[in-house]
Design a protein around this ligand. Structure first.
Ligand code: 13P
Ligand code: SF4
Length: 322
């Protein structure tokens, strides 16, 4: 394996170009694949082999010939990669990057919620802990949730969690009366209707596009609602030349790469609730990625019984969205 200087002080002094080059060298040495979510920093997306939404990244984690998976995202994403690849080393630049939405659904409370509705199956958003997945029948992401729910017989009751905004949007799309867990994403829930309407008036030619984790009062004004990949594809294929983008602004990097002639306006913040950046996604820095690969640590681990229990609903999702 290539020997490279590794003190934190030395690494902090390196340029982005130097770090990108060293990450590439280590990637070859380790036979690693680097997976990154669209909300990560631009330089992380540059380092990645695959940049995608939760479903694309789970699929990439399932099917690859690497020995090591380096996952730049939030914890549940790297954990899902480990659940699918127990024999591989799964590294995360900063395992402290959790998803507050996932963490808003404690295991005991979710178990009690299920017990209150014994005749309901549970479909759970992938933004959840392994313990919640283990209590679930089918996992879903924002790009396959509607497709999965449409495969469930109409008379079957469904619990959906943890995101209430995604759940309520799915309920409208499918006409199903879903039993919703009341979690939300602090980034998407912070967008509000008043400021969207102002932005639409300010940019009359721009299309509003939104992630389904936004509140209904925002979604009902959107020309398109979809996962991060859905939003990206929409901007490539639409005839519109400008877009107001109601999701985490990290996705603008890839939107601008894919459509250089188009204008992307981050959806305005509500001054009373100005939290539209996912702090956890930005915890993945190039320095931490480099050091993690150099030291082969921190590694994502999971108890084997929990892994087996969480794997079943993930595999069910992959089968149902094939
Ligand atoms: P996507 O699956 O649409 O990328 O969403 C992941 C996420 O965490 C959105 O906040
Ligand atoms: Fe979690 Fe929201 Fe960040 Fe997505 S944007 S990872 S749901 S906190």
């Amino acid at each position: 394996m290539t020997t490279l200087p590794d003190s934190h002080k030395e690494v902090a002094a390196l340029s982005t170009e130097e770090l990108l080059m060293r990450v590439q060298i280590l990637k070859n040495d380790l036979n690693a694949i680097i997976l990154a979510h669209y909300y990560t920093l631009p330089e992380i997306q540059q380092a990645a082999d695959i940049v995608g939404d939760s479903l694309a990244l789970a699929r990439a984690a399932e099917k690859n010939s690497a020995d090591v998976i380096v996952f730049a995202g939030v914890y549940f994403m790297a954990e899902t990669a480990k659940i699918l690849n127990p024999g591989k080393l799964v590294l995360m630049p900063d395992p402290g990057a959790g998803c507050p939405l996932a963490d808003s659904c404690p295991e005991d409370e979710f178990r009690a919620f299920r017990q209150e509705h014994p005749d309901a199956i549970a479909i759970t958003y992938v933004n959840s802990t392994a313990a919640i997945k283990a209590l679930t029948d089918i996992v879903c992401t924002s790009s396959n949730a509607e497709h999965i729910i449409r495969q469930i017989p109409p008379e079957q009751k469904i619990i959906f969690g943890p995101d209430r905004n995604l759940g309520s949007w799915l309920s409208k799309r499918t006409g199903r009366d879903l039993l919703l867990w009341q979690g939300f994403c602090y980034v998407h829930d912070a967008f509000s209707e008043t400021f969207m309407i102002q932005a639409m008036a300010m940019y009359p030619g721009a299309e509003l596009i939104a992630h389904p984790e936004c509140r209904d009062e925002v979604l009902r004004h959107a020309s398109y609602v979809g996962s991060t990949k859905g939003l990206l594809d929409y901007t490539v294929n639409s005839d519109a030349k400008s877009f107001i983008v109601a999701t985490e602004p990290g996705i603008l990097y890839e939107m601008e790469q894919r459509s250089p002639g188009k204008t992307f306006i981050p959806a305005p913040k509500d001054p009373a609730n100005p939290r539209s950046v996912c702090r956890q996604m930005k915890q993945n820095t190039l320095e931490k990625m480099y050091l993690g690969m150099l030291n082969r640590s921190p590694e994502i681990t999971i108890d084997e019984n929990l892994r087996e229990a969480a794997l079943k609903p993930i595999m069910k999702m992959l089968e149902m969205s094939a």
